[in-house]
Ligand binder design. Structure first.
Ligand code: NAD
Length: 498
């Protein structure tokens, strides 16, 4: 059994605590290792290292930072399969999906390679006689990233490429469920020539998170995880004076209008509800079927859902792997059972699912529930499993009202052939990321990612232009270089342009 530990100052470090948490292979159900849980003393040492490394890193030239980023990009691309198989083994997602997650993270690294252009400031010549003004942005200092289990490479890569490119140092606190990817990424940074101490990994749980949030050496916190934790982290870190972005959970609706092609819709709904076993913050968990064509769509969804190949992530045939823990499996199944008690109909039942040869794995089969109403638990809770709930409404207005009444606002999609309906939908929904005939509208690296309402606490989305702004603060300089000694010309009144 392997022990996954910390990465501090360019080395693998055991830490001072003997506390650990088990790491499983969700496809077999076997424990494959343990992850060290850091102590408060470990928090002190990693922050001293990160703070010390920042003194030189913040003054490194843009070209030297860019060279490291380009090298890192090449190493991740070369070792993409190593990273993907480690993710698949600890998370359970299928290999092709794990590769996809690394690829999307890599795109943020590629965006960060353009940091010399992204950090260009503004300059105004001669704002007054002999006076010029300019602005530029400087790094914050030490940035902490706290990340969820469901994207152990991509979500950290939403954060650290830009945090580091803009001159900060970074401490990653990954999920204790799948700690491996973070350490492989740390080794890749070292190989890329990043100075020791600029990127660090501290494994741990709530004890470590709280010590990081309260610590005076931490300047900013990027968090991604569930809504209750996001809210608590935002409040605690803000109270301690940090800059914070805390992305939370989701309940993404896909609205299907009668003019959409039912075959196209069914294929895309099934893939977006059951891909990664529904453990994506952008998974479609609710379809809102508008009007008369609901049955035609649902019939196709049921047929396709029954054909989803469920199996271990490393099997090339598998389309969907297990969920993360036995507790997650139990929770998902009990939400489905409760929906039956509340009057919903289970059209495809993934409860008590087992994969031959992998009987110990944490598998839940694709599940399709019809007749769902907004008061039911299956509608209200973020299930984070392979369950697609179907709600039927009569009009687009009702569909938009449903999306807007939901406390989450991460992603949503509309399927239609009407440009007019699509335009109205994207303008009226209170959601951060919207797809038009695109069920999982994750923005490209040169846009930014973020939800509304309970899906994001803070003012900035992650990566893209908002990421650059989040990890830097602005300075505006007004300068004068008097041409002749003895030229004074000061005034006691507030200066105006002359
Ligand atoms: P989680 O909230 O349980 O954990 C996230 C991180 O917070 C982990 O590093 C964990 O160790 C830490 N943590 C957990 N409980 C804590 C506590 N009480 N105090 C301090 N830290 C704590 O989330 P998860 O189960 O790992 O991930 C799934 C959740 O993440 C889902 O809700 C999903 O929607 C959300 N998510 C959101 C996005 C997004 O972009 N909005 C992206 C991915 C995942």
């Amino acid at each position: 059994m392997r022990t996954w530990s910390h990465w501090i100052n360019g080395h693998s470090v055991t830490g001072t605590s003997s506390r650990t948490s088990p790491v499983f292979n969700p496809a077999t159900g076997e424990q494959t290792g343990v992850v060290a849980l850091a102590s408060v003393e470990d928090v002190e040492s990693v922050l001293e290292v990160a703070s010390g490394a920042g003194v030189t890193w913040r003054d490194s030239s843009l070209s030297s930072r860019t060279r490291v980023l380009f090298a890192f990009r090449e190493i991740v691309a070369r070792r993409l399969d190593d990273l993907a198989s480690l993710i698949s083994e600890q998370h359970g997602k299928v290999l092709s999906d794990a590769r996809g997650e690394v690829q999307r993270g890599l795109e943020v690294v590629e965006y960060a390679c353009g940091i010399p252009s992204l950090l260009k400031g503004e300059y105004s010549d001669q704002v007054s006689g002999g006076v010029d003004a300019f602005s530029y942005r400087q790094p914050l200092g030490v940035v902490v990233g706290i990340t969820p289990f469901n994207f152990p490479a991509m979500v950290p890569m939403w954060m650290f490429p830009l945090a580091i490119a803009t001159g900060n140092t970074f401490v990653l606190k990954p999920s204790e469920r799948d700690p491996g990817a973070s350490l492989l990424l740390a080794e890749m940074w070292e190989e890329a020539g990043l100075p020791a101490g600029v990127f660090n990994v501290l494994q741990g749980d709530v004890e470590v998170v709280n010590a990081l949030l309260d610590h005076p050496l931490v300047d900013a916190v990027s968090f991604v995880g569930s809504t209750p934790v996001a809210r608590a982290i935002y409040q605690r870190a803000r109270a301690a004076g940090k800059r914070v972005q805390a992305l939370g959970g989701a309940k993404n609706h896909s609205v299907i209008l009668p003019d959409a092609d039912p075959d196209f819709v069914a294929e895309h709904l099934v893939a977006s509800a059951f891909g990664s076993a529904g453990e994506r913050c952008m998974a479609i968990s609710t379809s809102v079927l508008v009007g008369a064509s609901a049955d035609a769509v649902l019939e196709r969804v049921v047929e396709r859902a029954r054909r989803v190949v469920v199996g271990p992530g490393h099997e090339p045939r598998s389309e969907m792997g297990p969920v993360i823990t036995p507790a997650a499996k139990e929770r998902i199944e009990s939400i489905v059972s409760a929906s039956v008690a509340e009057g919903a109909q289970v059209l495809v039942d993934g409860r008590n699912f087992s994969v031959p040869g992998y009987e110990g794995g944490f598998f839940v089969g694709p599940t399709v529930v019809d007749g769902v109403a907004p008061h039911m638990g299956v509608y209200q809770q973020e299930i984070f499993g392979p369950v697609l709930s179907n709600v039927r409404v009569d009009t687009v207005d009702e569909a938009i009202a449903l999306v807007n009444a939901n406390p989450y606002g991460n992603g949503t999609a509309i399927f239609t052939s009407s440009g007019e309906a699509a335009r109205r939908f994207h303008r009226e929904v209170k959601v951060g990321m919207i797809g038009i005939n695109v069920p999982i509208p994750v923005p490209m690296a040169y846009y930014s990612f973020g939800g509304w309402k309970d899906s994001l606490f803070g003012d900035h989305h992650v990566y893209g232009p908002e990421g650059v702004r989040f990890y830097t603060r602005a300075k505006a300089v007004t300068q004068r270089w008097p041409e002749r000694r003895g030229e004074v010309g000061a005034t006691f009144s507030f200066p105006t342009q002359t």
